[in-house]
Design a protein around this ligand. Structure first.
Ligand SMILES: [Ca+2]
Length: 162
C-alpha cells in the first residue's frame, strides 16, 4: 500500500454535500419553542393582562351556570345564596381571594361599585348586570369600613358569613 493511496481516502466532502449538512443542522438547532403556535389567550384583546386566572380555574362551570341562572330575574340577586350556589362558600381562603382578584378588574385592590354592578359577568359572560338597587345592597353588605368599596378582607368575610 503506497502513501498516495492512503492520502486518497481523505478526500474532502463535495461542497454540495456540505451545504446540505449545514442547512439541516441549522433547522435542527432552531429553538423548539419557536415551532409552537402562538398561545391565543396571551394576545387576546378581551383580556387586559396576561396570565390572569379564570373563574373556572377556581369554580366549576356547572356551579357558575346554576348560580347565575338562579338570579336571572331582575332584582332577585342575593349574594349569600349566590356564594353558596356557586360553590364559593366551601372554597379555601386562598381560592376566595383568587375570585376577589378576578372580580377586581382594574386590579385596584378593591371591588368598586362599578365592578360590583358587573359581578355576575365576572363569573360568566352570560351573567346579567345587577340593578342599582342590587349593587347598593351588595356593597352595603360587604363594605364594613364604609369606604364605598369592597377590599379583599371584606370580601372573604362576606363569603364566610354568607
Ligand atoms: Ca377595583
Amino acid at each position: 500500500m503506497s502513501r498516495n493511496e492512503e492520502k486518497g481516502t481523505l478526500v474532502p466532502l463535495p461542497p454540495s454535500l456540505l451545504r446540505g449538512a449545514s442547512s439541516s443542522s441549522s433547522s435542527a438547532t432552531f429553538p423548539l419553542w419557536a415551532t409552537f403556535p402562538p398561545v391565543p389567550f396571551l394576545s387576546s384583546p378581551s383580556l387586559p393582562t396576561v396570565a390572569r386566572m379564570s373563574m373556572t380555574d377556581v369554580l366549576s362551570a356547572d356551579d357558575i351556570k346554576k348560580a347565575v341562572g338562579a338570579f336571572a330575574a331582575a332584582d332577585s340577586f342575593n349574594h349569600k345564596k349566590f356564594f353558596e350556589l356557586v360553590g364559593l362558600k366551601k372554597k379555601s381562603h386562598d381560592d376566595v381571594k383568587k375570585v376577589f382578584h378576578i372580580l377586581d378588574k382594574d386590579q385596584s385592590g378593591y371591588i368598586e361599585e362599578d365592578e360590583l354592578k358587573f359581578v355576575l359577568k365576572g363569573f360568566t359572560a352570560e351573567g346579567r348586570d345587577l340593578s342599582d338597587k342590587e349593587t347598593k345592597a351588595f356593597l352595603a353588605a360587604g363594605d364594613k369600613d364604609g369606604d364605598g368599596k369592597i377590599g379583599v378582607d371584606e370580601f372573604t368575610t362576606l363569603v364566610a358569613e354568607s
